[in-house]
Design a protein around this ligand. Structure first.
Ligand code: NAP
Length: 326
């Protein structure tokens, strides 16, 4: 507990690892808290659940999400970043150095109190859920949020993806490698996903889009899904439809991981961390934010990486002004 880190970086997605690279190259010997190792996708953020990343510059043939994150991590390590697995469940901000409560997994008790002169928050965002009782009951038993993790379990059977954004359409395309049929359940008559992804989905004979539909219920036994009940939205009012699927992939966006932050951190109504316009300073001096934890607009790996760079530079300059570091 006595040792005080120059900077602790919380999160190991593109924002956290880019911050780590920059802080390490600035001789700050950063400590990066990687996340919960017990999660199905492990630490490394949302890209650990992504297959082909085709829009990250420098990879003209595309790159697999986990491979990209492994490269980020190796680069951070090369310059001296130290890593610790676990979750930060609270940050004491009343005095400096800050005290960070570390748990080995999200459900474990606090195992260590870490101290740091500065903190970079890069905790990203997590999958949003529909909030149905049947969704939580069958989660992991036919209902899932990760096509990359679970897609191969659904060979030659029909599945559904819920959502109309890039995640949903990407997952639908990916799932056609395994499933006999992929339904996309979308609550409107137009997809939000980018044109190239939409064209690819519409041209795929295995994909059928169920427009103007919401999920009323996931139905099955205790540990398996047999079908879903759908309702028509106002365009198709009164419609009730049974869809036979044994897998359902919920891909309706994300919620920022800010719940562990105290009230000194200003947040937007939807929970996104507020940082200064164009920069990374939060409302707590000495604590900076980067990536999807504060960005509800762009939410790309490249913008998160850029934000991680900015936070590291802001943090280094702030530490220097405090006379901390080399
Ligand atoms: P998103 O763009 O926010 O899309 C969420 C989708 O879920 C929307 O179609 C939304 O419907 C629907 N939805 C939200 N709440 C719902 C509810 N309660 N019931 C039913 N449907 C609901 O989220 P995302 O697809 O996860 O993408 C997030 C960001 O990451 C985006 O900026 C995206 O471009 C990026 N991304 C990029 C790639 C890639 O380039 N390879 C892959 C994945 C994600 P409405 O359309 O009606 O709002």
């Amino acid at each position: 507990m006595d040792e005080v880190e120059n900077v602790i970086i919380v999160g190991s997605g593109p924002a956290g690892l880019t911050s780590s690279i920059y802080c390490a190259r600035g001789n700050l010997r950063p400590l990066c808290i990687e996340g919960d190792p017990s999660k199905v996708d492990g630490p490394g953020g949302q890209l650990m659940m992504t297959t082909d990343v085709e829009n990250y510059p420098g990879f003209p043939e595309g790159v697999q999400g986990p491979d990209l994150m492994q490269r980020f991590r190796a680069q951070a390590e090369r310059f001296g970043t130290r890593f610790k697995v676990g979750m930060i469940s609270a940050i004491e901000t009343d005095s400096r150095p800050f005290k960070l409560h570390l748990r080995e997994t999200a459900d474990a008790p606090v195992s260590e109190i870490l101290q740091a002169h500065a903190v970079i928050l890069a905790t990203g965002a997590s999958a949003r859920l529909l909030g149905l009782e049947s969704e939580s009951r069958l989660m992991g038993h036919g209902v899932t949020t990760c096509a990359t993790c679970d897609g191969a379990f659904f060979r030659d059977v029909p599945v559904a993806v819920i959502g109309g954004g890039d995640s949903a359409v990407e997952e639908a395309n990916f799932l056609t490698r395994f499933a006999s049929k992929v339904y996309v359940i979308h609550r409107r008559d137009k997809l939000r996903a980018s044109a190239i992804m939409v064209d690819r989905a519409l041209a795929n004979p295995k994909i059928e889009i169920k427009w103007n539909r919401t999920v009323r219920e996931f139905v099955g036994g205790e540990r398996f899904l047999s079908h879903m009940m759908l309702d028509g939205t106002h365009e198709d009012e009164g419609v009730s439809e049974k869809l036979d699927v044994t897998g359902a992939f919920v891909a309706i966006g994300h919620i920022p991981n800010t719940r562990f932050l105290g009230e000194r951190f200003e947040q937007a109504a939807d929970g996104y961390l507020k940082v200064e316009a164009g920069g990374s300073r939060t409302t707590v001096e000495g604590i900076f934010g980067a990536g999807d934890v504060h960005d509800s607009h762009y939410r790309q790996a490249i913008t998160a990486a850029g934000a991680g760079c900015k936070a590291a530079l802001d943090c280094s300059r702030w530490l220097e002004a405090q006379g901390i570091g080399d």
